[in-house]
Design a protein around this ligand. Sequence first.
Ligand SMILES: [Zn+2]
Ligand SMILES: [Zn+2]
Length: 287
Amino acid sequence: MSLPEAKLYATEEDVQKAWLEWSKYRTCFRCQKSFNWLDSYGSHECRQHLGGVSYKMCINVDGFKRRDYRYWNCCKKKPFTAIRNINDTIWSQFRQTRPIIHTFPTADEIPGCVPCDHSEASHILDDGIRLNMSAESPYYSFAPLGGHTVNDEVIYLGETRIVEQVYYDKSVDLADVDQGRIPADKLIWPDVKWKLKKGNYVNWNFKNTPIPIKILKRTIVEPYGKQKVKIDFEIKNIGMAVHDIAAMIPHMSGNPEERPGWQFDKVDGKVMFPYIKNTARRAPYNI
Ligand SMILES: [Zn+2]
Ligand SMILES: [Zn+2]
């Protein structure tokens, strides 16, 4: 479901329409509780797991590492409180049911590890954290926050070039390159791996979209002496922009600005990314 927006200067009619949707009672897909968006948006009253179920590393009794399968990636817990396979060997001794047609009562799911909003949809709400990303990649690129500007130096196809013109989607024309508009993700920011410092805000150009991010961690890896940089970062514009729901704020119960999803980044006292997120950050970035 997509939320209807009500911008700051929305008409009475638009606000009315959005208010109807936002005030409707719904049933949460995850916890089955009822909720409405006016009361719960950005308040993280539910919990979810991030990512899928795979394995965790364990040490055997003889001291060897091995993979132990069927654990949540996020919190390394088993998805269910019971191990179905072991139960099944017992059940199968005396069952009078037909498998598949008569399913066994399932064990309780382990509650989610990351607080998030209630939702009617079954998808995982993105916390915007991306882990262990390479500083240089053929699939994306980084640029200063807001993108490259005219007269900036960039590297394109191995050559240093000067930006001559910037378009709204951050694609550029380069001096001495006789070509159409060049998408931002094809441009390399000179010395990019040293510019991606912890705490910096930069642009991440991915699939022709410039996305503002904050660097959370930088790791230097040295395969065969060639230094490579890996970073953890957080996407800053995930969620709903405040101006898109501004007209709904007077109707929201409690003090909406005290909801956990409403913590905006400030730089020099100025609010930079006024978005409301409907999930908390994962560990270890959940502060
Ligand atoms: Zn989890
Ligand atoms: Zn819920």
